[in-house]
Write a protein that binds this ligand. Structure first.
Ligand code: PLP
Length: 381
């Protein structure tokens, strides 16, 4: 099988990730922070190491400001619901995933409003529109770093500088960029960064995180046992315990540490260059196939390793089905949990065929996809 669905979760995982999960389950097994015996201490050390490796990857941030979550979605909910208060206004874009748009929709019932800034038909945001859409109550800009539909990058550094100038907070959804691009929140003016452990960081599913810059406080969304300050019924004030009630996915975090190590060994720049090169080739070759429409920015160096296309006259579901069953190629059709993005690029409600590569995707696999698409088009004629 040729796996081109890395935007959903990366696959394959490096062997060292699988070994670390298995080793945790076989040899450690204990609950981190819940006892002082040797196995519990080892478990705590595993979680602390993962936090440190991630903090280093994010440009040397304070590890205690990294909250582990089961996914990007949980991290985004914690950021939005922990931060916003009735009367606040949020600026967001028309390229967001439902994991931003649905919490914002839900928060409307508390009197928290938002404005979706329309992006261009290529899915790109003009930062000048942020100034134009500003309200007196605007407190936060919530922005996807790279679209999970087109791969197109948002001008996060420029928007970070603008947010600082305007006294606004910036929350970035790094679901498609953490581990794929150099993402240093402090340098980019990002106050909160939500990300997955299971995509670009090559860790297992059930891992994710929220980074919150020092000095910024959040409300908790759930409270409970943390293994610390057990004498008190009040939630501890210390980070990250305050936000990590309940048993952590320690085997997953053991795997995530090795995923981060694998990313560091290859180098983030090398991974980005590899994915952009594959996508430039795919975009160029697909644009030459009759009846194929490619979406998103034409300048592929402004994208990560995700691309959407359609074949005129064939639904995205049919194309994905043929690729799967006749060619052994895994892609994702439809709306990709981002209906607003498809409205923006003109592919709603049908959606697109999404191709997303990873560090282990090869040129030969991209060539096989192009040949398969050519064959589907020939067959249609
Ligand atoms: C842009 C974007 N945001 C958020 C998410 C949700 O991520 P998770 O599956 O880690 O909850 C995804 C998942 O595909 C995504 O692509």
């Amino acid at each position: 099988m040729i796996y081109l669905d890395n935007a959903a979760t990366s696959f394959p995982k490096p062997e060292q990730v699988i070994t670390a999960i298995s080793r945790y389950c076989r040899e450690i097994g204990a609950n981190p922070g819940r006892a002082s015996h040797r196995l519990a201490r080892e478990a705590s050390a595993v979680v602390a190491r993962t936090r440190r490796l991630l903090a280093d990857l994010l440009g040397g941030v304070d590890p205690s400001r990294i909250i582990f979550t089961p996914s990007t979605t949980v991290a985004l909910n914690l950021a939005l619901k922990g931060l916003l208060r009735p009367g606040d206004h949020v600026l967001t874009s028309s390229m967001e995933h439902n994991s931003v748009l649905r919490p914002l929709h839900h928060l409307e019932r508390l009197g928290i409003t938002h404005t979706r800034i329309p992006c261009s038909p290529e899915g790109l945001l003009d930062p000048a529109d942020i100034r134009r859409r500003l309200h007196p109550e605007t407190r936060l800009i919530a922005l996807v770093h790279a679209s999970n539909v087109t791969g197109g990058l948002m001008p996060v550094a420029e928007i970070g500088a603008l947010a600082r100038e305007l006294g606004l907070l910036l929350l970035v959804d790094g679901a498609q960029t953490v581990g794929v691009l150099h993402l240093e929140p402090e340098r980019l003016g990002i106050d909160l960064l939500a990300g997955p452990g299971h995509k670009g960081l090559l860790g297992p599913m059930g891992t994710g995180f929220l980074y919150v810059r020092p000095g910024l406080d959040l409300d908790t969304l759930w409270e409970g046992g943390t293994g610390s300050r057990s004498e008190s019924t009040a939630q501890p004030e210390s980070w990250p315990d305050r936000f990590e009630s309940g048993t952590l996915n320690a085997p997953g975090l053991a795997g995530l540490a090795e995923g981060i190590a694998a990313v560091q060994e290859r180098g983030v720049e090398a991974i980005a260059a590899h994915e952009i090169r594959l996508m430039e080739r795919l975009s160029r070759e697909l644009r030459h196939v009759p009846k194929v429409v490619v979406y998103g920015p034409s300048r592929r160096h402004e994208c990560v390793g995700t691309l959407s296309f359609n074949i005129t006259g064939v639904t995205s579901n049919e194309v994905a089905h043929i690729l799967d069953t006749a060619h052994g190629i895994a892609v994702r059709p439809g709306l990709h949990c981002a209906p607003a993005a498809h409205q923006t690029i003109g592919s709603f409600p049908e959606g697109t065929v999404r191709v997303s590569v990873g560090p282990y995707t090869t040129e030969d696999e991209i060539q096989a996809l192009v040949r398969a698409v050519e064959q589907i088009v020939r067959f249609q004629r």
